[in-house]
Design a protein around this ligand. Structure first.
Ligand SMILES: [Zn+2]
Length: 337
């Protein structure tokens, strides 16, 4: 793989370190991170070739009722989360984003059109991101600080997006999945929170979704399809293992459509149907168990915590120590793609 990212970023050079590095000094401020990518069942990448974005308006929407069920579930567990909401959803149902913030959760950005970033030009990405952020902020009246890419699509082909996120005012990102996967992932990237150093002396915090190391492999373990498709015991084991080995927060994610077995079926490819429809009926129960297993919080709550600030200082020292190895690991990540 000889392709290098386009754009002006220097983010490729200095922000990946070997798996297992304790970027924040091993301090665990008490709670893991719970996040929700708010999109409707017909807006997912698995069916993007069958459902045009122009047709989204014609599909029966279920995102509001499903997100409300998640909000009730989180209330029952006295848990706050970060909701990365699609700009299109915020424009369609602005009352939903107001309800999310009214209940004390953090609102963040999941793009406007749910297009994979590596398929966009930097200017297209900037326009999409700016539109989504504006719509979310106007609907909610709160400033948006966090970003999660559609389908984890910040990969070795789209690292230029990090500079644009910094320029557009984002403070953190949670889009780089350090695994091998057919449509996303950046193998060899760091598995624990770290900071990108961007052009213009900007910093952007990165919070990778949870993974676990097993027999030399990095396996995904962050909820979503992995919580839904695999036995619950796998996720519980992975969380305990990450706590013991990394001493870090586990970043968990899910989607409102994943707790909705009644959603209309789309006749996609066998693999897409398997990934999207398997175990929808049992997901809500698994989420309840997960919320009982550990305490969770939003990114905003974690960033505001005193323990995190102290740990961040340790992490910056760690990062300085590890910078000499980062370029090599970034190169490894590129050739592994
Ligand atoms: Zn998504």
């Amino acid at each position: 793989m000889t392709e290098t990212p386009t754009g002006s970023t220097n983010a490729t050079q200095d922000h990946f370190v070997a798996s297992g590095t304790r970027a924040y000094g091993g301090v665990l401020p008490g709670r893991h991170i719970l996040s929700v990518d708010v999109e409707d069942y017909f807006q997912v990448e698995a069916f993007a070739d069958l459902v045009s974005r122009e047709s989204w308006d014609q599909w029966p929407t279920r995102v509001e009722q499903n997100t409300m069920r998640l909000l009730d579930l989180f209330d029952e567990a006295d848990t706050k989360a970060t909701f990365f909401v699609l700009g299109w959803v915020a424009a369609k149902v602005p009352s939903l984003v107001r309800e999310i913030t009214r209940r004390g959760h953090e609102l963040a950005c999941h793009s406007y059109w749910h297009r994979c970033i590596y398929g966009l030009t930097p200017e297209e990405f900037r326009r999409d991101t700016r539109l989504a952020k504006t719509v979310l902020e106007q609907a909610s009246g709160v400033a948006i600080r966090g970003y999660r890419a559609p389908s984890w699509s910040i990969t070795v082909r789209s690292l230029w997006a990090l500079d644009i996120l910094g320029e557009e005012g984002f403070e953190y990102d949670s889009s780089i999945y350090p695994i091998h996967h057919d449509i996303y992932g950046l193998p060899g990237a760091r598995r624990v929170p770290y900071a990108h150093r961007l052009n213009g002396n900007r910093r952007l915090q990165e919070f990778p979704p949870a993974t676990v190391r097993l027999m030399g492999l990095t396996l995904p373990a962050a909820g979503g399809g992995y919580l839904r498709l695999l036995p619950y015991a796998y996720t519980a084991w992975a969380i305990r293992r990450m706590e013991a080995e990394e001493g870090q927060q586990v970043v968990v994610y899910l989607h409102p459509w994943e707790i909705d077995p009644e959603q209309p079926r789309i006749a996609g490819r066998v693999r897409s149907r398997f990934r999207h429809y398997t175990n929808l009926h049992s997901m809500e129960h698994k989420v309840r168990k997960l919320l009982q297993l550990r305490r969770f919080q939003s990114f905003q709550q974690m960033l505001a915590s005193a323990a995190y600030s102290r740990a961040g200082a340790d992490g910056r020292r760690d990062q300085q120590e590890t910078n000499s190895t980062t370029a090599a690991v970034a190169a490894h990540a590129r050739v592994s793609q």
